[in-house]
Design a protein around this ligand. Structure first.
Ligand SMILES: C[S@@+](CC[C@H](N)C(=O)[O-])C[C@H]1O[C@@H](n2cnc3c(N)ncnc32)[C@H](O)[C@@H]1O
Length: 305
């Protein structure tokens, strides 16, 4: 059983790892051999995302647009090209990216079939909600401009976000083999640390970009203040041992920003900027009951071709 009190008393990540996994670690350590998130870890990640984190995904999508210069919905019908989210999990951010941009091609890619299934069902749910909202709006229109029965049928056949998003099971290491190329925007949020071989992943992502494309990486820093990281774990995870292990185990494989910088240089990638993770999204506020800690624990890296 997890000893919460002792874990909360740990002063460093290394101390927590030694307590939880009975192993000594210095530097980056991949504690989990399986990269794919499946089973209860996937279910809980999805449920944590849906219960109160919807605003967080909105803010991340907004932050992505601000930092990459990707146009949002308010730029009328401007199509921003393709957006590929790598390690999309249950697709909560992917769907938000579709709602906030006019991209006509949004792909969520994940190595876990389990996550891809969750993503498909989240998308169906969101699509139904969108259809209902549109119908409610149509109902309120004056008689002379009410949509026809045909319009209603078309809406059901072609839900507004459904046909712009595709979820695909696949690995970041095989982007070239899978034919991903000329992508305008690649998004990778809280996934880089799940990759055993971050350099290989970064190389594949960079190769898949269009000549003017941009990569948006947002992740936690392994060397973030440990006390803050432990606060960020949240109440819900403490109820399940696997989730606490997953959270702390995942921290061990996070990169520091120095390591990321070094990895990019080793690949000959020089056009990038790393900054702290504060959300640049003035309009959307986090719910009062959720502390984000993004400024203290996360970094954002924007890479250009
Ligand atoms: C922590 S989740 C992040 C999900 C999502 N980006 C979000 O912010 O909600 C990380 C995801 O990366 C996926 N993943 C791990 N290794 C991968 C790989 N080699 N290729 C693609 N996805 C991978 C996992 O299955 C998991 O769903």
């Amino acid at each position: 059983m997890i000893n919460r009190e002792n874990l909360m008393k740990t002063e460093t990540l290394e101390e927590a790892i030694s307590l939880l996994f009975n192993r000594i670690s210095t530097g980056r350590a991949c504690i989990f051999t399986q990269e794919a998130m499946t089973g209860c870890v996937a279910i809980e990640y999805d449920s944590l995302g849906k219960s109160g984190r919807e605003e967080t995904y909105k803010r991340i999508a907004e932050d992505f647009k601000r930092r990459t210069g990707c146009y949002g919905k308010n730029h009328l019908s401007f199509n921003v090209g393709s957006i590929l989210e790598i390690g999309c999990g249950s697709g909560l951010l992917t769907t938000e990216l579709a709602q906030q941009t006019n991209s006509d091609k949004i792909i969520g890619l994940d190595i876990s079939g389990y996550m891809i299934n969750l993503a498909q069902s989240n998308l169906s749910r969101k699509s139904k909600e969108e259809i209902e909202k549109i119908k409610e709006f149509w109902e309120r229109l004056p008689e002379y401009c009410k949509p026809s029965q045909g319009d209603y049928e078309k809406l059901e056949r072609n839900p507004p976000i459904f046909n712009r998003i595709r979820f695909v099971m696949g690995s970041v290491y095989s982007l070239q083999d899978a034919g991903f190329q000329n992508i305008n925007y690649i998004v990778c949020r809280n996934a880089l640390h799940r990759f055993q071989y971050p350099e290989r992943a970064l190389k594949q992502m960079h190769q898949a970009l269009s000549p003017t494309g941009k990569i948006y990486i947002r992740d936690l820093r392994r060397n973030a203040n440990w006390k803050t990281v432990m606060e960020r774990i949240g109440e819900k995870r403490w109820q399940t041992q696997t989730l606490v292990e997953d959270y702390i185990g995942a921290m061990a494989s996070m990169l520091t920003t120095d390591e990321l910088e070094k990895a990019l240089h080793s690949l000959g990638i020089t056009s990038f900027e790393i900054s702290d993770g504060r959300y640049i999204s003035d309009g959307i506020k986090s719910p009062d009951n959720i502390k984000e800690y993004e400024q203290d624990t996360e970094y954002v890296c924007i890479i250009q071709k």
